[in-house]
Write a protein that binds this ligand. Structure first.
Ligand code: COA
Length: 145
């Protein structure tokens, strides 16, 4: 059974290999995760754990007028089993707890699986950042209001 836990510093070593597999050529560094987890007032990070192993993670940033999905990842062998949806539901619940009516995110324009997940939860494309990702791939800004 997959459960969600608060993402703590001791999970970073488990998360880094997943990050490096999924987000080449610019994975977040160990330092970046430490920095995110250190900003406790504005960040909400969770890990998904299956049989004691970290299999996914996600994080939200609480800005003054909107919340932003900082990251969302499920290890490849565990994808398409509902874990991404579980993580996203937790981030949306946190946004609601923080009274945020609007949630935004950025996703590669060629990442159809993630776009479908977000669309299922009410996100719609609200903008494009041209050449935002390495190699000049556009980012879609998706908004749920
Ligand atoms: C995007 C990601 C987090 C989805 O996680 P997941 O655990 O596989 O997603 P779920 O099993 O909860 O799927 C929920 C819905 O998302 C959509 N979806 C997920 N993977 C999909 C795929 N490969 N193809 C099409 N739709 C997909 C479907 O609508 C799916 O519902 P369904 O299975 O009932 O059809 C995961 O694929 C991932 O980590 N990808 C690499 C990293 C990444 O792209 N992160 C997002 C950056 S913005």
């Amino acid at each position: 059974m997959v459960t969600l836990e608060r993402f703590r510093w001791w999970h970073i070593d488990d998360v880094l290999p997943i990050e490096r597999t999924l987000f080449q050529p610019e994975p977040w560094t160990e330092h970046h995760f430490w920095s995110e987890l250190g900003q406790t007032a504005t960040r909400h990070y969770v890990v998904a754990v299956d049989a004691g192993a970290v299999v996914g993670y996600a994080g939200l940033c609480d800005y003054p007028d909107e919340a932003f999905v900082q990251t969302m990842a499920v290890a490849a062998p565990h994808q398409r089993a509902g874990i991404g949806a579980l993580l996203l539901e937790e981030l949306l619940a946190e946004a609601a707890r923080r009274r945020q009516a609007k949630v935004l995110l950025e996703v590669r324009e060629d990442n159809a699986p993630a776009q479908r997940l977000y669309a299922r939860y009410g996100f719609a494309r609200s903008g494009v950042r041209r050449g935002y990702y390495p190699g000049g791939v556009d980012a879609w800004v998706m908004t749920r209001a």
